[in-house]
Design a protein around this ligand. Structure first.
Ligand code: DGL
Length: 259
């Protein structure tokens, strides 16, 4: 089973890590589209264009069986177009885990951190309106421009990152938010910093396990399969090798490609 996974950069590796820990015999090919990052500050048309070219590249070069869009922003902007264009391909997207967050929350005050593009997406807005009304929950949204670049630069807990988080999170802390949705696959990488700013009194919701489960179901990945997983990583621009190693817990060769 060959699975293509992509994101604008390092973020999707948080999903790959969970896939490597839970799937069996999966051949994973990862593309970090860092030349076009951050996606969250681009137009819908641009994100559709990047996502379409990457998917075509996966099909032509690697003959993938399934695609995982390991990016909330690209899922929101491009999954419908990709499903129409690549009808034979199994495509799995990543969406902010608002529903699990609502069921976790005791205070019925839930925060959502995501890129500007994700929070502006129609699908997300419809889901938020429906769920907040149905479960009588207050949803506190915060777009986090420039946080993806901080993470790509390895600035996980530097004073600058902590001060950005403090500005964004202090209103949630003061309002009694007890659960925060990490609506961008980069954000689990600053999970500890978020906890620190929220005085450790917070549930963080990310979706890598739900996506891995979905891949397992759709690709009939047998838990009994003895084969090892494999991972190849490609990038379209600069990427931090030490961050890749930090996320995956081991060194990987990263090969440069032009798409
Ligand atoms: N990691 C991505 C997401 O889940 C995209 C971040 C970006 O490039 O802005 O939204």
């Amino acid at each position: 089973m060959k699975i293509g996974v992509f994101d604008s950069g390092l973020g999707g590796l948080t999903i790959v890590k969970t896939m490597l820990e839970n799937l069996h015999g999966a051949e994973i090919v990862y593309i970090a589209d860092t030349i076009n990052a951050p996606y969250g500050e681009k137009t819908t048309e641009q994100i559709i264009d990047f996502s379409t070219r990457i998917t075509q590249y996966f099909i032509d070069e690697f003959h993938i069986d399934a695609l995982v869009i390991a990016c909330n922003t690209a899922t929101s902007a491009a999954i419908t177009t990709l499903r129409e264009k690549f009808k034979d391909l199994t495509i799995i997207g990543t969406e902010p885990g608002l529903k699990p967050a609502i069921s976790h929350s005791q205070s019925k005050k839930v925060g959502v951190l995501a890129t500007p593009a994700t929070l502006n997406g129609e699908k997300y807005k419809l889901l938020r309106d429906e769920l907040s009304k149905q479960y009588k929950v207050d949803v506190f949204e915060q777009a986090c421009p420039r946080l993806v670049q901080q993470i790509e630069n390895g600035e996980i807990d530097t004073p600058k990152t902590i001060s950005m988080l403090e500005d964004w999170l202090s209103p949630m802390r003061e309002a009694g938010v007890d659960t925060i949705v990490l609506g961008c696959t980069h954000y689990p990488l600053v999970g500890e910093s978020i906890k620190k700013v929220m005085h450790n009194d917070i549930n963080l919701i990310e979706t890598s396990h739900a996506i891995t489960k979905r891949v397992n179901e759709l690709c009939n990945n047998s838990m009994k399969c003895e084969n090892e997983n494999s991972l190849k990583i490609f990038t379209t621009g600069k990427i931090s090798g030490s961050m890749v190693e930090m996320i995956l817990g081991k060194k990987y060769e990263v090969e440069y490609i032009k798409i």
